[in-house]
Write a protein that binds this ligand. Structure first.
Ligand SMILES: Nc1ncnc2c1ncn2[C@@H]1O[C@H](COP(=O)(O)OP(=O)(O)OP(=O)(O)O)[C@@H](O)[C@H]1O
Ligand SMILES: [Mg+2]
Length: 255
């Protein structure tokens, strides 16, 4: 099983759009089994795939006294998309970050324990974690568990300036998880303008691994209303085509 975290400290850069389309394409086109972990208190991925946080989720596991790995594994539920199971997010994930006291009581290794369990490793080919736009208890737990990270980036000057900070955070996590890899930066909401093309070149020239961009299209907003991935709602849209190309490369870069 390969565990990939979709991370950026910036909000609204298509982390969730990437996580849900990646999960759906792996399951549907490649017949892979996918566990999608929603590490965001906004619960967008959970809602998208029809998860029910009342049945348990990541927040409970992070707060669980004792052996949280089996507890997290037992909280996995089926989604409404064949081949994709869910470990739900919930609003409680936000409470976890409110106080330092709470943070100290969080077991940051809980996701690593879960993905290392033979029952989970054998059941799923991929575990995809949709992170919040923050470096908090849930994203830390995700990075401790991960094999690799994908960074969706909406190309603008703010995003490029924020990359240094993000890279330092990832480098810091390697003290706890030395095998953590950066799979690549994924430019999202791309459109053809000299500034965007230049920004993409600048990012590529910085030496970071890159994925081919995902083009901007209003079909992605439509997908969130339909609560179905692009391969069902708009497979021939620019983003629908680009996400399939991205997933092909993602699999090739696998470990
Ligand atoms: N390729 C695209 N073209 C146009 N709009 C897009 C594209 N990808 C994502 N969007 C839109 O951008 C918005 C943000 O996307 P999304 O919720 O996936 O970002 P996020 O990084 O998960 O946000 P957050 O940080 O709040 O979790 C949504 O309205 C989504 O529909
Ligand atoms: Mg999101």
């Amino acid at each position: 099983m390969r565990t990939t975290v979709i991370l950026n400290l910036k909000g609204g850069v298509a982390k969730t759009a990437t996580a849900v389309n990646l999960a759906a394409i792996l399951a549907s086109d490649y017949k892979k089994t996918v566990l999608l972990v929603d590490a965001d208190s906004q619960c967008n991925a959970t809602e998208f795939f029809g998860g029910d946080p009342v049945k348990g989720g990541l927040a409970d596991a992070l707060r669980h006294d004792g052996d949280g790995g089996p507890f997290a594994a037992a909280s996995i539920q089926a989604s409404n998309f064949p081949g994709v199971d869910l470990l739900c997010g919930s609003e409680d994930l936000m409470d976890l970050d409110l106080t330092k006291v709470e943070l100290q009581s969080v077991r940051a290794t809980v996701l690593r324990e879960m993905v290392q369990r033979p029952a989970v490793r054998e059941r799923y080919d991929y575990c995809i974690v949709d992170c919040p736009p923050a470096f908090n208890a849930a994203s830390t737990a995700a990075l401790i568990a991960a094999d690799d990270v994908i960074i969706p980036i909406k190309l603008d000057a703010f995003a490029l300036r924020g990359m240094g900070n993000l890279m330092r955070q990832i480098a810091n996590m390697r003290k706890i998880n030395p095998s953590l890899q950066l799979s690549g930066c994924l430019p999202t909401m791309w459109y053809n303008s000299p500034l965007i093309v230049e920004a993409e070149k600048t990012l590529g020239a910085s030496g970071l691994p890159m994925y081919p961009h995902i083009r901007r299209t209003n079909k992605v907003d439509a997908m969130t209303f339909a609560q179905e991935p692009l391969l069902l709602t708009s497979p021939r849209s620019a983003a629908g085509i680009d996400y399939r190309e991205f997933v092909r490369e993602y699999i090739e870069r696998g470990n």
